[in-house]
Ligand binder design. Structure first.
Ligand code: NAD
Ligand code: ZN
Length: 359
């Protein structure tokens, strides 16, 4: 069966594109109860960007704190209940922030039209009704959350996305100026999420020409941004990384992520480690899966003086390691991509635990 994937409906890209947000929203304001909901990364509270957000009198704006923890089903449920109780059904949801805010906005747009907790819908095609109009404005580059079919949430029993066609944004505004303020470590870790998406996409059985076309271009952009003389955070690279993120996301949407993301999910679930950072902790030890790319990654870490922590496992208990191995093992689509359909014959939880002990 070939994928039949849903892409973003509309994309507006370029420096200053954020200025078009008000005009883009105008025709949508006639829908439902005639108000917009803005979900904004708390980082921007009191910053210059806050003044530029086109909030009308009837609108609602929430500044969500995503520092140090990944979005949860409880957080999305709370927002949905507050909005419906106070004002009714919004015309649209606008997310302004990094991957965490993108996921909250995507999930919220679905949950406005679906009953019960969002934890009921963590999985593939479990959402019953289409959501409402939603628009994403990423302020970090790398996750691919701006184009993916999933809204990743940590729930009471698992970290898993609400994945379906309706999750995908109706519109994104990609304005590279918004990423200029990302702190250097965060810039690197989120950027490496993109690099790792491309490497994982190409290293498995679901790879194909569609994924190659996007992935090769995204990798080329990553190498411009993270290696060589012109590497680093600058306006030109901000423009490149925003497109690399989108293309990396499209590459993996038509292929799959693999072992690194499986390990990373375990780390995020048990320790709440941020996605890009957790990927880097895992990727550093995955020569067996990704060969030369791991050395290239290490060179990039050194080139940007990133102090990637070593030997974290010295402080992990056996229970924590076993729990991470469980989480990682229960991602069959990733292992199928990385190891083939008979992965269960080759992969053991003991191996996963041993790998975690190296991190
Ligand atoms: P993030 O959204 O968690 O933000 C990281 C930090 O950067 C936060 O402290 C935030 O306040 C700050 N920040 C964001 N934009 C900023 C800016 N312009 N200037 C200064 N600070 C800024 O980080 P992320 O790496 O973008 O996203 C990680 C999240 O994305 C994880 O929760 C992960 O699960 C999710 N994710 C989702 C998908 C998907 O397909 N849906 C894919 C990959 C990752
Ligand atoms: Zn990722």
């Amino acid at each position: 069966m070939h994928r039949n994937f849903k892409n973003i409906d509309k994309v507006c890209y370029g420096r200053g594109a954020f200025d078009q947000l008000n005009d883009i929203l105008e025709p949508k304001r006639l829908e439902n109860d005639h108000f917009m909901v803005f979900i904004v990364d708390y980082y921007f509270k009191g910053k210059e960007l806050e003044k530029l957000i086109p909030v009308h009198e009837e609108d609602m704006i929430f500044f969500e704190d995503v520092d140090g923890h990944e979005p949860t089903t409880e957080q999305v449920d709370r927002l949905r209940d507050t909005i419906l109780a106070e004002k009714g059904k919004p015309s649209g949801i606008i997310g302004i922030g990094g991957g965490s805010i993108m996921d909250i906005a995507k999930a919220l747009s679905l949950m406005v039209n679906n009953e019960g907790s969002s934890s009921l819908y963590q999985g593939l095609n479990l959402v019953k009704n289409p959501g409402i109009y939603h628009l994403g404005v990423p302020t970090t580059s790398g996750t691919g959350a701006e184009c993916s079919m999933t809204a990743v949430l940590t729930g009471p029993v698992k970290k898993l996305g609400l994945k379906c066609d309706w999750t995908v944004f109706n519109q994104v505004i990609l304005d590279p100026e918004l990423t200029a303020s990302v702190p250097r470590n965060q810039w690197f870790y989120t950027g490496m999420d993109c690099y790792i998406h491309c490497i994982e996409s190409e290293s498995g059985i679901f790879y194909n020409e569609f994924s190659r076309a996007y992935g090769d271009q995204a990798l080329k952009l990553c190498r411009d941004i993270f290696t060589g003389d012109n590497s680093g955070q600058n306006p030109e690279n901000d423009e490149k990384l925003m497109i690399a993120s989108l293309f990396g996301g499209l590459s993996l949407t038509y292929s799959e992520v693999g072992a690194c993301h499986a390990f990373s999910y375990g780390l995020s679930y048990v320790f709440g480690m941020r996605h890009g950072f957790a990927n880097c902790i895992a990727f550093n030890h995955l020569e067996e899966f990704y060969g030369d790319a791991v050395q290239e990654f290490k060179d990039m870490v050194a080139h940007h003086n990133i102090d990637l922590p070593q030997n974290l496992s010295a402080n992990w208990s056996d229970e924590e390691i076993a729990k991470m191995a469980d989480v990682a093992y229960n991602l069959p689509h990733m292992w199928t991509h990385a190891m083939g359909y008979n992965w269960e014959k080759k992969l053991t939880k003991q191996y996963l635990m041993d790998m975690y002990r190296k991190m």
